[in-house]
Design a protein around this ligand. Structure first.
Ligand SMILES: [Zn+2]
Length: 214
């Protein structure tokens, strides 16, 4: 199990939200982060970054030969998982397209060398490209974990971080937990204190504490 606040190699990571150490799908959903100032940090924004993210979670070897389309597949699955989590958190019906995408990722794993025919080779078997196998395996693991999270007892603990502009989700493992990180908690408390001071005329109203991005 990973240590929750341990910085990872890429130098632009943020600590996992509560529950993300237990559900890689939650960690995955949170791999796009909006930090203070509205700056978006996407840990899957390039094939190299996506490869690193998977390698750090034992879902792919380093240098798996990922291309942009692999990273794009991962980002698409992430959006589907995020939309399902959002639906659960809001108590809304689950979007059918997201359910379909999760099911497809769970079941489309190209481990078999399939049968093909062409005039040059006749009947022959063809294994999927190794990178395709790696990516499809990772997508299947992430999708299955999302299905597990969204249908188990922990689904009722899912909540969105209450500190805008953060977009991360977390498991509310304590009743009083509202934020995904100490940083978000500090920012929310500072904003609240500022709002209180601003509401009381005649008192000094220093600017809210700007919490540093990682
Ligand atoms: Zn947060």
């Amino acid at each position: 199990m990973r240590e929750s606040a341990k910085p990872r190699g890429s130098g632009r990571d943020v600590s996992p939200a509560p529950g993300a150490d237990r559900y890689v799908a939650l960690d995955f959903a949170n791999s796009v982060v909006t930090v203070a100032g509205g700056h978006v940090l996407d840990l899957l924004d390039t094939p190299q970054a996506a490869n690193r993210w998977l390698t750090e979670r034992d879902l792919a070897p380093a240098e798996a030969g990922m291309r942009e389309q692999c990273a794009a597949q991962l980002r698409r699955l992430r959006e589907h998982i995020r939309s399902l989590i959002a639906a659960v958190v809001a108590g809304r019906p689950a979007p059918g397209s997201a359910i379909e995408a999760i099911n497809e990722a769970m079941t489309r794993v190209s481990t078999a060398a399939v049968l093909r025919w062409d005039s040059a080779h006749g009947l022959h078997r063809q294994a999927a490209h190794p990178t395709t196998q790696i990516v499809e395996h990772a997508l299947a693991v992430l999708a299955a974990d999302a299905a597990e999270l969204l249908t188990g007892d922990d689904a009722q603990l899912l909540t969105a971080c209450g500190s805008p502009p953060c977009r991360r989700y977390l498991l509310r493992t304590h009743r009083r937990r509202h934020w995904c990180s100490v940083r978000c908690g500090d920012r929310a408390r500072a904003a609240r204190a500022y709002a209180r001071r601003a509401a009381r005329p005649g008192e000094a109203s220093p600017a809210p504490v700007e919490v540093q991005a990682p």
